[in-house]
Design a protein around this ligand. Structure first.
Ligand SMILES: [Mn+2]
Length: 301
């Protein structure tokens, strides 16, 4: 398929600076490898970013503005039958990419690969960082202010799977339980293995859907290996497990409709470790998207 890379240069969803610089850097690295099209979005230079931890709705209007533009462009390009790859940016941009995918594809499952469950609401958030709210928002669980531009379906919780979670706020844990999304923790990956977890995840997210939106947050990987993220969490998955997850996605790409790689923060990276892994993941996904046949039948689950 024709591919379109959307660079989402925003760090408005987190009080730590730098994730906005991720997409430009990665696109620059990809120049000799990727010959397809791209569209770059960056946050307004005039924005005075709130980093105040007592601000419960940090940069809400700015994020809404950023996401609504990203969403509109993504909807148009998905309608033109491009395969969309969104490079973040903090994870708040996935509200736009996932909802754009479900706006056009209508029945979409979700695989959310992340150390965090991103299932907070404005009521439960501890930090007020909106990058902790996207998955709840995409599932239609409160946070309607963050998807005001979206007039399509939401992604159902019964078809949503979180992989690699190991950090949840107490009230957020209640949100996750109440919502009924499926969670595979980092521990589950260690115990069952990547293959078994991914197989189960694709079955759940692919069941009676047109396909799956995959949202890959680099902080799922251990910070010793991937230090270049805004909110690192210890005891993450290994590089080998991260690449096994990606290989499974690539192998089953006929089931994948849209893809995000988010939270690369160049200001936090050490020896370009995170950058290299991000590029490996992206290179494989780009090739898979380019080789994907438009009318290929997805797996019947
Ligand atoms: Mn995340």
């Amino acid at each position: 398929m024709r591919t379109m890379i959307f660079g989402a240069g925003t760090d408005l969803g987190v009080h730590i600076d730098g994730a906005d610089l991720g997409p430009v850097q990665l696109m620059n690295d990809l120049k000799s490898f990727y010959k397809g099209e791209s569209m770059m979005f960056s946050k307004d230079k005039d924005i005075i970013k709130s980093r105040n931890l007592s601000d419960r709705r940090k940069n809400e209007y700015e994020i809404e503005k950023f996401n609504s533009l990203l969403y509109k462009n993504m909807v148009d390009k998905i309608k033109e039958e491009y395969f969309p790859i969104m490079i973040g940016g903090d994870h708040s941009a996935a509200i736009a990419s996932a909802l754009a995918s479900t706006k056009v594809n209508i029945d979409v499952g979700m695989i959310w690969i992340d150390a965090h469950t991103d299932y907070n609401t404005f009521e439960t958030t501890v930090t007020g960082n909106i990058h902790g709210l996207p998955l709840a928002t995409i599932n239609g669980y409160k946070n309607s202010d963050l998807r005001s531009y979206h007039d399509g379906r939401i992604i159902q919780t019964s078809k949503t799977v979180i992989i690699g979670a190991r950090s949840m706020d107490d009230a957020e844990r209640d949100n996750v339980r109440y919502s009924g999304v499926t969670v595979f923790t980092t521990q589950d990956i260690k115990e069952k293995g990547v293959e078994a977890v991914m197989e189960e995840a694709f079955k759940i997210a692919g069941f009676k859907t047109k396909g799956i939106h995959v949202s890959y947050d680099l902080d799922v990987i251990d910070p010793d290996i991937c230090p270049g993220v805004s909110i690192p969490e210890f005891d993450g998955i290994s590089e080998e497990e991260a690449m096994q997850i990606n290989e499974y996605i690539v192998k089953n790409f006929k089931d994948v409709l849209s893809f995000d790689l988010v939270e690369f923060n160049p200001l936090r990276d050490i020896d370009r470790k995170t950058e290299q892994i991000a590029l490996n993941i992206l290179a494989q996904i780009i090739r898979a998207a380019e080789n994907k046949k438009k009318f290929e039948q997805k797996t019947y689950y």
